[in-house]
Every structure is written in C-alpha cells, then in structure tokens.
Design a protein around this ligand. Structure first.
Ligand code: ADP
Length: 243
C-alpha cells in the first residue's frame, strides 16, 4: 500500500490542569505536550491518580485547562464555548466507557442511534443505520433489547456500535474492557480495531490493563500528571505506511 504522510490530528501544548481541594492544590496535569497522528491507536497507561482521565477529559473538551491548548484537526478546542464544543464533539468524537453508559429506557437500536439524533438525521434513517452497525457487532438479533436484557459483553458491543455509528474521527475509550472477562475483552478489542482500521479513525484509550498493549500502535505512560514514556509498538512503527 502507498505510504501516507503522518498527519497530526491532536496537538496538545503545555497543558496544565489543577484542582483546588480545600486549601490544597492537586496538580493533575503538568505541562503535557503530545501530538497524536491520524489513524493511531494510542493506549494511555499509568497508575491510578496519574492523570489519565483528566487528560482524556481535556482531549474531549469536557473541562477547560488552567494553561496550554489543544488543537484538534486544526481547531483550537480549548477556545470553543460550551455549545461550539458540544457541536464539535458530536461531529468528531465517539466514546466508549467502562460502564457502557447506555440509557436504560432505550433499546439497543435507540441507544446506538442517539449520536445521529444530534446531527439531525431522521428517526427512521438513524434507526436503520443503528441496526446496520448492530449487525456488524454481531447483535443483529438484539436490536430491540434493553440494556438490562443484555450481558456485559453485549452491552459493550452496543456501546461500540454507538461510538462508531456517526463515523467519528476520534474515539475515546476509558477502560473499555474494565468490566469484562478476558475472552470478551479480546472480542471487544478486535472489534474496535477493525472499525478503527476500516474507517482510518484514531483512538485514545485509557487503561490499567497491560494486556491491551497488544492492540496499540503507541503507548503513552503517565506518572504524577506527566508523560514519562511515549513509544510506538512494533505494529505502530509501520502504521503510517500500512493504513
Ligand atoms: P487517573 O485517571 O490516572 O486515575 P485522574 O486524572 O483521575 O487520574 O486524577 C489525577 C489527579 O487529579 C488525582 O490526584 C486526582 O485525585 C485528582 N483529581 C482528578 N479529578 C479531580 C477533581 N474533580 N477534583 C479534585 N481532584 C481531582
């Protein structure tokens, strides 16, 4: 396949974030600098409290930094107001959570269709699109099930279908397999990688689980609010030539 130049998708410059706890200041991110290129599957490792979730929240524009900036696809997201950020997020980002975060009152297909509702797709069309993605994750026969009527693995497959239905440029995942057994973890990770590669999407995944490293192109390790290691895996070294 023809070599593709590396295209920076997420640029983080001198990012800091602290939290005031009574009289004390907790520093969650210390001057973080990072460039993530299009198509990379990045795994962010680090002990509890090292700043992984804070970084993910910042990249997704959920919180403002105390200093520094984040530029995604050329847009300085740290300068967007809440409405602009919400629109940017809907257009460009998908999310996979440890606890699935499905709405209990909605069926699988309604949950998966939700991101399309925000972009104004008609109900019938978005339910049809949702069913198509549910078939891709092997849940074609569970489209009318409610979350409580599905296993953990099925709920996470629904979560993946929801994250990918709108073909986002970036998928953020926070401990996506944290509540799953090892066989289901493999299934879920292989499914996500397939989607990411098919649509040349980028993923930033936060996890404690060292076994997920095998799916990553790049491993970023955090300690005390800083990136202390940032390496491409063997697979990742070829990524920009092969995708
Ligand atoms: P990780 O995801 O690696 O476990 P976090 O990003 O959640 O780490 O937390 C980094 C540090 O920031 C921790 O010391 C944590 O206690 C602190 N922290 C995170 N969020 C808040 C908050 N909303 N209020 C106060 N302190 C916080």
């Amino acid at each position: 396949m023809e070599a593709q130049p590396k295209k920076p998708l997420i640029v983080v410059r001198n990012l800091c974030r602290g939290y005031r706890m009574g009289t004390e200041q907790v520093i969650a991110l210390r001057n973080v600098n990072l460039t993530i290129y299009e198509g990379e599957i990045c795994c962010v490792f680090g002990a509890s409290g090292s700043g992984k979730s804070t970084l993910l929240n910042q990249l997704a524009g959920m919180e403002k930094p105390n200093c520094g900036e984040i530029i995604i696809n050329g847009v300085p997201i740290t300068k967007l107001d809440e409405n602009q950020m919400a629109a940017f997020r809907q257009k460009n980002m998908g999310f996979v959570f440890q606890s699935y975060n499905l709405l209990p009152a909605l069926t699988a297909e309604e949950n998966v269709a939700l991101p399309l509702a925000f972009s104004g797709v008609a109900r019938k069309t978005r339910l049809r699109a949702a069913r198509a993605v549910l078939r891709e994750v092997g849940l074609g026969d569970r489209t009318r099930h409610y979350p409580t009527q599905m296993s953990g693995g099925q709920q996470q497959r629904t979560g993946i279908a929801r994250a990918f239905v709108a073909k986002p440029r970036i998928v953020f995942a926070d401990e996506p397999t944290g509540n799953l057994d090892s066989r289901t973890t493999t299934e879920i990770m292989e499914m996500m990688v397939r989607f990411l590669r098919t649509y040349r999407e980028t993923m930033v995944m936060v996890t404690h689980n060292p076994e997920l490293a095998v799916y990553a192109d790049r491993i970023i390790t955090m300690r005390d609010g800083s990136i202390v290691k940032d390496e491409y895996t063997e697979k990742g070294k070829n990524i920009h030539e092969s995708i």
